[in-house]
Design a protein. Structure first.
Length: 341
């Protein structure tokens, strides 16, 4: 079998100078004849992978982050050539969903086993993506993050904390098979895979083989709600949050108030007021980790559940007290008006 490794020498947070030696050491040469090519510019990985598919290459391996993986995948959709991943990015959302180890030796072992499955990919206004796309706050942060020289989860958290409280929700009209619905939302995400990256699970129940999008609408929330939302995001319980609405669909059309940023697989792009997101079922072949137990990996442990429930109780208590306080203030104002007539 012929295998091509496509490596972005500058992306992500992992130094790649030693990777060719690791490939030569751990790839099974009895099974594979391999080659390595390096990208030279944006979009080059898509060109190389499409050429490899046309030449009958069996597997193309994306060595890099979600941006490199997206480019490689775009060149392989609707072909017989499979994509494999050696994750070297700052988030590694798709690789984490597929339980591909960040350890290069272990990810090469998965390639050696050569278990290939047909999985779904999606499009946003015709642009293919494999993990998530979205608009609203996460697209705004992706735009900020892309222009930053610093990468990694700490930088992402810094951007979220600095900008989050100032961000204003938007009104969206979302149309799917069941009809047209209106939401005031902090963000709208359409997920093919379960997480953004760094184990932040925006769609804990998402599957890449069901032919469906997981649509997540995060409603506006206050400062005191933020710890609960953040915990749910990392605890794989965001779909249970009172601030989040979720549903599955084959296709959605999203109408928003004005043009602005969207993201797909973490890369920001300016798009118009109307956004169409579609699923292409089983449209890409991928090398998978068949030993991974998806259901177990997506299940929060009992301690995490207990903490989540406690935070929810605190949030509910605060909301109840805030509601009672508003009622009391309204009663006092009404009483004061009567007494001062």
């Amino acid at each position: 079998m012929k295998v091509l490794f496509i490596m972005n020498p500058v992306s992500g947070s992992v130094k790649k100078s030693g990777i060719p030696k690791l490939i030569d050491r751990y790839i099974d040469k009895d099974l594979f004849e391999y080659n390595i090519r390096y990208t030279e510019r944006a979009g080059h990985a898509e060109e190389i992978s499409r050429e490899a598919a046309d030449a009958g290459t069996d597997i193309v391996v994306a060595v890099g982050g979600d941006g490199t993986i997206n480019e490689v995948g775009r060149g392989l959709i609707q072909t017989d050539t499979a994509m494999a991943i050696i994750p070297c990015g700052s988030g590694n959302g798709l690789a984490r969903h597929l339980s591909i180890p960040v350890n290069i030796h272990k990810s090469l072992e998965i390639i050696n086993k050569g278990q290939i499955h047909a999985l779904d990919y999606c499009t946003i206004n015709g642009h293919p993506f494999f993990c998530t796309c979205g608009m609203g706050f996460d697209a705004f942060i992706s735009q900020k993050f892309a222009s930053s020289k610093r990468r990694g989860p700490l930088k992402y958290l810094e951007e979220v904390l600095l900008e989050g409280l100032r961000y204003q929700p938007e009104t969206y009209r979302i149309e799917d098979e069941s009809g047209l619905h209106r939401y005031s939302a902090y963000l709208v995400t359409c997920a093919n895979a379960s997480q953004y990256g760094n184990n932040a699970y925006i769609a804990p129940q998402a599957s890449m083989s069901d032919g469906l999008l997981d649509v997540i609408i995060m409603e506006p929330f206050g400062f005191l709600d933020a710890p609960q939302v953040s915990f749910d995001l990392m605890n794989k319980t965001l779909d249970r949050s009172s601030k989040v609405k979720t549903f599955k669909a084959k296709r959605v059309t999203i109408h928003r108030q004005s043009e602005g940023p969207v993201h797909f697989d973490g890369d920001p792009l300016i798009m118009g007021k109307e956004i169409e997101v579609d699923v292409v079922k089983h449209g890409i072949r991928m090398v998978c980790n068949t030993e991974a137990e998806d259901k177990e990996s997506l299940s929060p442990n009992p301690i995490q559940n207990a903490v989540s429930e406690l935070l929810n109780d605190i949030t509910d208590m605060h909301s109840s007290l805030r509601h009672k306080s508003r009622n009391m203030m309204a009663f006092n104002k009404k009483l004061w008006r009567k007494l001062t007539r």
